[in-house]
Design a protein around this ligand. Structure first.
Ligand code: SF4
Ligand code: SF4
Ligand code: SF4
Length: 273
C-alpha cells in the first residue's frame, strides 16, 4: 500500500464530515467522521508499514465505536432494521447516512471496505482461528436474500400495525439482531472452518454491498507480467476471490473486502490496489 493512502483517506473523511455537516447542520457528524477517518488512516499507515494486526485494530476501533457507543449507549440502530425504520420515517439521520456512505454510495468508490475495516460483526469473527477458508464454498448465498426480506417485513409491520413505542422496539431489534448475528457467525465459523462464513451466506447487508461494489473504483489488480502463478495470493484470500483475473466478472468479484492479504502474500509485487 502506498504511504499516501492514509492521507487521502483522511482527506476523504474530512470532506464527508463537511458535506454531511452542511446538509444537516449537526456538529456531531464532524466529530463522528473525523474519529472514523482518523482511526482508519492511522491503521492504514501501520498497514503500509506491514503491521499484521493493524487491520484488526482499525476494525475494533471503528466497529466498537459504532456498536457500543452509538448503538448501545446512543440508541442509534445502525443495522438494516434501523435503516429501513428511519428511511420510512423520512428521517435523514444516523442510520440512513451510515448506510448511504458505508453500504450504498461508498462502495462505488471503496468497494466492500466497510467489511474489511469497520464492521462490528466481522471485528469479532476475524479474531477466530479460520482466517482462510478450510473447505470449498457452499451454495448458500440465497440465505442473505431471505433475511433481507424478513427484516424489511418486520420493520414494515411496525408501521402497518401501528405498534406502540416503535423507537424502543427498534432499539431492542438492534441488540437482539446483533446478538443473533454474533452467535450464528461464530457457530458457522467453527462448523465450516471459515471465519467469514456469516459474511458469505447470511449477512443481509451484502444485498446492497454486492450490487454497488461491482462498480468499485478501488480494486485489487494483477500485473500479469510480474505474476509467476504460484497461487499464494489465492490461498491467502478469506473471501475466495479470483484476484488473478482483472475483469469485473471474476469469480466472487463482489466479495473482496480489501483486506490486502493477497497483496502481502505476493513476493513478486504483482498485485496492486
Ligand atoms: S458481510 Fe456483513 S457481517 Fe460481514 S463484514 Fe460485511 S457487513 Fe459485516
Ligand atoms: S502471489 Fe503473486 S506471483 Fe503468486 S500467483 Fe499471486 S500474484 Fe502471481
Ligand atoms: S485477499 Fe485480496 S482479493 Fe481476497 S478479499 Fe483480501 S484484498 Fe480482496
Amino acid at each position: 500500500m502506498n504511504i499516501k493512502t492514509p492521507i487521502i483517506m483522511e482527506a476523504v473523511f474530512i470532506l464527508i464530515a463537511l458535506v454531511i455537516y452542511l446538509v444537516t447542520s449537526n456538529t456531531f457528524f464532524i466529530f463522528n467522521f473525523l474519529y472514523i477517518g482518523s482511526a482508519i488512516s492511522i491503521g492504514l499507515y501501520f498497514m503500509a508499514k506491514n503491521n499484521r494486526y493493524a487491520r484488526n485494530i482499525i476494525m475494533l476501533a471503528v466497529g466498537s465505536y459504532l456498536f457500543f457507543y452509538l448503538g448501545i449507549l446512543g440508541h442509534e440502530n445502525l443495522s438494516m432494521s434501523g435503516f429501513w425504520y428511519y428511511l420510512f420515517l423520512g428521517v435523514f439521520e444516523a442510520a440512513v447516512i451510515h448506510f448511504l456512505i458505508a453500504k450504498i454510495l461508498g462502495p462505488l468508490l471503496f468497494g466492500r471496505g466497510w467489511c474489511g475495516y469497520a464492521c462490528w460483526t466481522a471485528m469479532v469473527l476475524d479474531l477466530l482461528p479460520y482466517k482462510t477458508p478450510q473447505n470449498p464454498r457452499k451454495n448458500w448465498g440465497y440465505i442473505r436474500y431471505v433475511l433481507f426480506l424478513v427484516i424489511l417485513c418486520v420493520v414494515s409491520s411496525i408501521f402497518i400495525l401501528k405498534i406502540s413505542n416503535p423507537d424502543l422496539i427498534i432499539y431492542y431489534l438492534f441488540i437482539a439482531g446483533n446478538l443473533a448475528y454474533y452467535i450464528i457467525g461464530i457457530i458457522l465459523a467453527y462448523k465450516l472452518k471459515d471465519n467469514r462464513a456469516f459474511c458469505k451466506y447470511v449477512c443481509p447487508i451484502t444485498v446492497f454491498l454486492k450490487i454497488f461494489s461491482y462498480f468499485a473504483l478501488l480494486r485489487v489488480k494483477v500485473d500479469e507480467d510480474l505474476c509467476v502463478d504460484c497461487g499464494k495470493c489465492i490461498k491467502s484470500c478469506p473471501m475466495d476471490v479470483d484476484m488473478l483475473d482483472n475483469s469485473r466478472k471474476r469469480e466472487n468479484a463482489t466479495e473482496c473486502i480489501l483486506c490486502l492479504n493477497c497483496v502481502h502474500a505476493c513476493s513478486k509485487d504483482a498485485l496492486k490496489l
